[in-house]
Design a protein around this ligand. Structure first.
Ligand code: SF4
Ligand code: SF4
Length: 86
């Protein structure tokens, strides 16, 4: 499952640089997570780094992007392959 940022976000900026997949960016009003890039940190870390640093705990799992650990690992490999070919 990818993660998502809710409207409780206070735009504190701390999560964006922590994301190993560059999945977090500033949206129109609050920060947003690109579900195509979020692997829940699978492949990089044991725990989602953005959840660890968010001071207001506004990053739940996105129910519209349900993925198994295996699918998240596949996404990680696809992202790495794309990065290496860039
Ligand atoms: S869980 Fe990891 S990959 Fe997903 S947005 Fe947070 S830091 Fe980025
Ligand atoms: S760490 Fe939490 S509050 Fe801060 S910008 Fe990211 S999602 Fe928003």
């Amino acid at each position: 499952m990818a993660l998502m940022i809710t409207d409780e976000c206070i735009n504190c900026d701390v999560c964006e640089p922590e994301c190993p997949n560059d999945a977090i960016s500033m949206g129109p009003e609050i920060y947003v997570i690109d579900p195509g890039k979020c692997t829940e940190c699978v492949g990089h870390f044991d725990e989602p780094q953005c959840i660890q640093v968010c001071p207001v705990e506004c990053i739940p799992r996105n129910p519209e992007h349900i993925e198994s650990p295996e699918q998240l690992m596949q996404k990680y490999h696809a992202l790495m392959a794309a990065k290496n070919n860039a």
